[in-house]
Design a protein around this ligand. Structure first.
Ligand code: PMP
Length: 438
């Protein structure tokens, strides 16, 4: 093998120092800081298709896709043009535009269960609002969530959360009053017995069960057979709402997300990431009887200065138009590409003697550095995170940018092809040696 020179990061290091002057940890969102894998993150300057370019001109194959949204690749021309056109007409009105209902039509045609919806500006807002609605609709206080699932950073949803909360090994968040945290029951994922027990212990008190139908935020964990159907049956019997948080899985694991892939029938659905084409958009919606509880029709308050923002709607529309038009080709292809890279890298681990468990749902997957099957947060947490860190660093040095935590899912999109898969598998051979400390 040819020994490539290690990439230079001089400019990124300067930018890091400046960022640390202003931002806690140098970042505006914790997992970006690379604390879990060691070292400092390169600063990004531009990206095109499947490739990221950092401030020193180094290029990387992108396997985090801005944490999910960039399914059509970076700077996808129809999206760029749509944003430019919209910007010329004003970045924001704070009043209604045609584009909002146009995007809503696209979203509803992928998610027919959304009888009504609202656009917000983040996944956090979407889940926070869905929870408030569920409490109002049921006149109950308790929420069931699952360990390792992440639903944004609202107070009640950080209890035993995934993503950065899991990455940094913190049980929840300081600053959340006990009285609020106690309203959240965190149960193991993929375990219907635990859900039955919670309803038995709190009869008539649980407003909603919220979940990632296929988990991404503890790393990728698929639902076991019968789990989603079981949750639906229990919640229906108990008069609680079922909330499918599809901020990550929406338009990713199928055009109609997990609801389509697994044939779910949730009461409320939350979306984000892909629906905004890289701009800040979230969605919450579902049954009309619940959505009509929102102000100005009903007593549940929810609002946003930039909700339905015209640039965000334009980017979302361009993304959704393309996805819908080419769905029959795109989803099988990105799944096949993801399968090739996930399995190709797993084969390199086997050759190198590194115990690895690969979980994948469509074009989202995780390589867990553990020999055991991963079905919930507890089994994910058995992973050797130090080994993952060495693997991650080596991949990055070789020009492959993976999510910088064992407890995150990797993504790819339409711009990834055979050349990227091949380069990634080659890099993995080296990276597993580094992981072993060889
Ligand atoms: N729900 C899920 C399932 C998510 O993956 C995320 C973000 N990773 C959120 C909610 C929160 O979304 P945001 O970061 O846009 O607030």
């Amino acid at each position: 093998t040819t020994q490539k020179a290690a990439p230079v990061h001089t400019r990124s290091q300067e930018l890091q120092q400046r960022a640390e002057r202003y931002f806690p940890g140098g970042v505006n969102s914790p997992v970006r800081a690379f604390r879990a894998v060691g070292g400092h993150p390169p600063f990004l300057e531009s990206a095109e298709g499947a490739y990221l370019t950092d401030a020193d001109g180094n290029r990387y194959i992108d396997y985090f896709g801005s944490w999910g949204p960039m399914i059509l690749g970076h700077a996808f021309p129809p999206v760029v043009e749509a944003i430019e056109r919209a910007a010329r007409k004003s970045a924001s009105f704070g009043a209604s535009t045609a584009a909002e209902a146009e995007l809503a039509e696209r979203v509803v045609s992928c998610y027919p269960k959304l009888e009504k919806l609202r656009f917000v500006s983040s996944g956090t807002e979407a889940t926070m609002s869905a929870i408030r609605l569920a409490r109002a609709a049921t006149d109950r206080k308790l929420i069931v969530k699952f360990e390792g699932c992440y639903h944004g950073h609202a107070d009640g949803l950080l209890v035993k959360a995934g993503s950065g909360v899991a990455t940094f090994g913190i049980p929840g968040s300081a600053g959340v009053p006990d009285q609020i945290a106690h309203l959240t029951l965190a149960l193991p994922y993929n375990d219907l017995v635990a859900v039955e027990a919670a309803f038995a212990a709190h009869p008539g008190e649980i407003a909603a069960v919220i979940l990632e139908p296929a988990v991404g935020n503890a790393g990728c964990i698929p639902p076991v057979d019968g789990y989603l159907e079981g949750l639906r049956a229990i919640t229906r019997r108990e008069g609680a709402l079922l909330i499918a948080d599809e901020v990550m899985t929406g338009f990713r694991v199928a055009l109609g997300g997990a609801v389509e892939r697994y044939g779910m029938d949730p009461d409320l659905i939350t979306l984000g990431k892909i629906v905004g084409g890289g701009l800040p958009v979230g969605v919450f919606g579902g049954k009309r009887e619940y959505m009509d509880l929102l102000a100005p029709l009903g007593p549940v308050y929810q609002a946003g200065t930039l909700s339905g923002n015209p640039l965000a709607m334009a980017a979302g529309l361009a993304t959704m138009d393309y996805l819908q038009e080419h769905a029959g080709e795109i989803y099988p292809r990105i799944e096949a590409t993801a399968k090739a890279v996930a399995e190709g890298v797993a084969a390199e681990a086997k050759k190198a003697g590194v115990p690895l468990t690969t979980n994948r749902v469509g074009a989202m997957w995780t390589w867990f550095f553990t020999p055991g099957t991963v079905t919930d947060y507890e089994s994910a947490a058995k992973s050797d995170t130090a080994m993952f860190g060495r693997f991650h660093n080596s991949m990055l040095e070789q020009g492959v940018w993976l999510p910088p935590s064992q407890f995150e899912a990797a993504f790819l999109g339409t711009a990834h092809g055979e050349a990227e898969v091949k380069a990634t598998i080659e890099a993995a051979g080296e990276a597993f040696k580094a992981a072993l400390g060889l």
